[in-house]
Design a binder for this molecule. Structure first.
Ligand SMILES: NC(=O)c1ccc[n+]([C@@H]2O[C@H](COP(=O)([O-])OP(=O)(O)OC[C@H]3O[C@@H](n4cnc5c(N)ncnc54)[C@H](OP(=O)(O)O)[C@@H]3O)[C@@H](O)[C@H]2O)c1
Length: 237
């Protein structure tokens, strides 16, 4: 059973470009009320304009997800501005690949702080509202690298395996409140994520492919919900 998102308040992190931007545009078509998060204010504002042109109520909120105090202030702002929080899409992340001995502790710190701790802090900030509402949906954008690591992906995969663990544990804790927690694990996507130009990837998914899968997940309703989706390109090497 599907329920259109219309009027539900959806936070999307990493909405300034790539998968987050495509998701904002896809959900704007459902008339969701969007709160778009990222650090690049100009890019965020452009996405807000795009989503408003598609008919959505949409706000930009510049935020670095590594700033946990700012996240607390942010969640209060969303509640004051929109009245509630129905869906959180934890999409913001950074990725750096490299041989284990070439990755610095700063690289590890940046990836863990952004991809794992940022996701944890945002989830902690929105869950009290969802628990009170006895309804809500957290969608964690993990990766195929969160299910199997490859040579040079140690740090990135460690954060995405961490995302899978947090997701699975929260699924068990949150069922009693009617809160859905989903992990979405895409394969290669045509964005410039991790400094590898999207145009050089072989048969990648497009950001729109992932956005459609996210829309599917958040519109699934009734007694059922999607716990995990692995999304791979049909063709590949
Ligand atoms: N592309 C792929 O092949 C692929 C495959 C599997 C999974 N994924 C996952 O998909 C998600 C989106 O990736 P993408 O490909 O769309 O990458 P992208 O185009 O590089 O976008 C990443 C987004 O994250 C935001 N971000 C990064 N650090 C942030 C911070 N500290 N605070 C707030 N926002 C931050 C960026 O915004 P600002 O720069 O404005 O802050 C940007 O909007 C990530 O979770 C990634 O791990 C990607």
């Amino acid at each position: 059973m599907y329920r259109p998102l219309a009027d539900r308040v959806v936070i999307i992190t990493g909405a300034s470009r790539g998968i987050g931007r495509a998701t904002a545009k896809e959900l704007a078509r459902t008339k969701a009320r969007l709160v778009l998060v990222g650090r690049d204010t100009q890019a965020l504002d452009a996405v807000v304009q795009e989503t408003r042109r598609l008919g959505a109520e949409s706000y930009a909120y510049p935020l670095d997800v590594r700033n946990f105090e700012a996240i607390r202030v942010f969640s209060q702002w969303v509640l004051k501005t929109c009245g509630t929080i129905d869906v959180l899409i934890n999409n913001a992340a950074v990725g750096k690949y490299g041989r284990f001995l070439d990755l610095t502790m700063d690289d590890w710190d940046n990836m863990v702080s952004t991809n794992l701790l940022g996701l944890v802090a945002l989830t902690q900030a929105v869950l009290p509202t969802m628990i009170q509402n006895r309804s809500g949906h957290i969608v964690n954008i993990s990766s195929i690298q969160g299910k199997r690591a490859t040579a040079t992906s140690s740090a990135y995969s460690a954060t995405k395996f961490g995302v899978m663990a947090v997701t699975e544990s929260l699924q068990r804790e949150m069922r009693q409140y009617g809160i859905r927690v989903t992990a979405l694990c895409p394969g290669s996507v045509e964005t410039d994520f991790d400094g590898f130009p999207g145009s050089e990837k072989i048969n990648p998914l497009t950001p729109d492919d992932v956005a459609l899968a996210i829309r599917d997940v958040v519109e699934t309703d009734g007694r059922a919900y999607v716990m995990e989706t692995v999304l791979m390109p049909v063709w590949g090497p």
